[in-house]
Ligand binder design. Structure first.
Ligand SMILES: [Zn+2]
Length: 401
């Protein structure tokens, strides 16, 4: 592993004795492989169709994989499998006791690993952070998410969780977060239809990890036709904001860690955030407050921002109102404690994590949401930018000494 890390790479999967890694020819040429015995498994950096399958304890016979996919390599009971269609259906492998995980994409050579000399974020820096929010970066992310995940030739993508574009988007987000020097991992779960779906979690480090804050956004989309669900406002805007916040805060030494959490399969039953919350409880992650950004780019209602929570997280709404006033951000904030408004943040509160919804459109009000018309021209990049500034400054105020 050390050999990889010194080159700025990381393993994509490792067992006790072996490492599987995706690396360019240039990287391999620079590695000091003295005493190591590398084997080329696949002459391509394409990881979209790769999964890791682990057989039940003690078993090493991969014939029980059946028609799941082709075994590329294995170490004892763990193998790399290439599947024909993504997202892979893992219903039968799960029934056979086989654990399947998504193979992580290629590392971005030379960019992983934390910078040691980051400036410490202080109270006096908070206001200036709003100038660091880059509307062009937000525009680029929304353009990428609504467009490049297309696999059907329409030029408009889909991130619906049963579609290939969903896995393409997951890899895109994984690599974006990693390009900021962050630790990133997939959190896999089985969807109600039996496919393997992934949440993506990145960690911005902080000096005191007894309290951690979070920014959450669902990255899946939906429309009547699953293959044409661009989901620009719902919710490429929330994703773009969270990426900007990750990019900016990763340039500072923070008092507390901030986690960037992209959840999957929100649009049908709010599934991914339920898995996220359950695993955070299991791992006893000390989340003090998680901001769920969902559809923050509406062009229809000026600077209106809806916040929603229950009584446990009213302090987060009060803080956002205070930050908006203190820094003159000009947002028209409407705060509610309304259990009828249901989004990913409800799943967090159900598990005891304080969290709030941040939205410019509530579910069911936009004429574009959940249609093929939820595209860039029907939303506002400046409004996404100003909502991003409000959330960024609020979180920054929580992670200064
Ligand atoms: Zn949404």
């Amino acid at each position: 592993v050390e050999v990889l890390l010194t080159s700025g790479d990381r393993s994509s999967h490792s067992t006790n004795a072996w490492i599987w890694a995706v690396a360019t020819r240039e990287t391999i040429a620079t590695l000091d492989l003295d005493g190591l015995d590398p084997t080329l498994i696949q002459d391509s950096a394409d990881t979209l169709n790769l999964y890791i399958a682990t057989l039940p304890a003690g078993q090493t016979d991969f014939s029980i994989l059946g028609g799941f996919g082709d075994l590329l390599d294995s170490v004892d009971g763990t193998g790399i499998v290439v599947v024909g269609t993504i997202p892979a259906n893992v219903q039968e492998t799960a029934a056979a006791g086989i654990d399947v995980r998504k193979f992580a994409p290629a590392a971005i050579s030379g960019e992983t690993g934390a910078d040691q000399d980051l400036p410490r974020l202080e109270e006096g820096d908070v206001y200036g952070l709003s100038d660091e929010v880059d509307p062009d970066g937000i525009l680029a992310t929304i353009t990428d998410l609504q467009g490049t995940s297309s696999t059907d030739g329409t030029g408009i993508g889909t991130r619906q969780y049963l579609q290939p574009g969903n896995v393409i988007a997951a890899e895109y987000l994984f690599r974006k977060l990693e390009s900021y020097g962050l630790e990133v991992h997939y959190e896999d779960f089985i969807s109600p239809e039996g496919t393997l779906a992934s949440n993506i979690v990145a960690e911005i480090p902080g000096r005191d990890d007894s309290a951690i804050y979070g920014v959450m956004a669902h990255f899946d989309s939906i429309a009547e036709t699953f293959a044409i669900a661009p989901g620009a406002d719902d919710n490429a805007t929330g994703v773009a904001a969270a990426l900007e916040i990750a990019r900016i805060l990763s340039g500072y030494e923070l008092e507390h860690p901030v986690h960037i959490i992209f959840v999957n399969a929100e649009e049908t039953g709010i599934v991914g955030s339920r898995y996220f919350a359950a695993s955070a409880v299991r791992n006893q992650v000390p989340y003090e407050g998680i901001f769920n950004l969902d559809s923050i780019g509406s062009a229809r209602q000026g600077q209106l921002v809806w916040l929603n929570s229950d009584s446990t997280s009213e302090w987060m709404m009060a803080l956002m109102i205070r930050i908006n006033e203190a820094y003159g951000l000009g947002q028209d904030i409407q705060a509610r404690v309304n259990p009828q408004i249901v989004a990913d943040d409800n799943r967090l509160r159900e598990q005891g994590f304080e969290s709030i919804l941040v939205a410019r459109e509530l579910f069911g009000t936009s004429p574009y949401h959940h249609t093929s018309g939820d595209t860039l021209e029907n939303m506002s990049v400046p409004n996404t930018t100003s909502a991003t500034q409000l959330v960024l400054l609020t979180i920054a105020s929580l992670v200064i000494p």
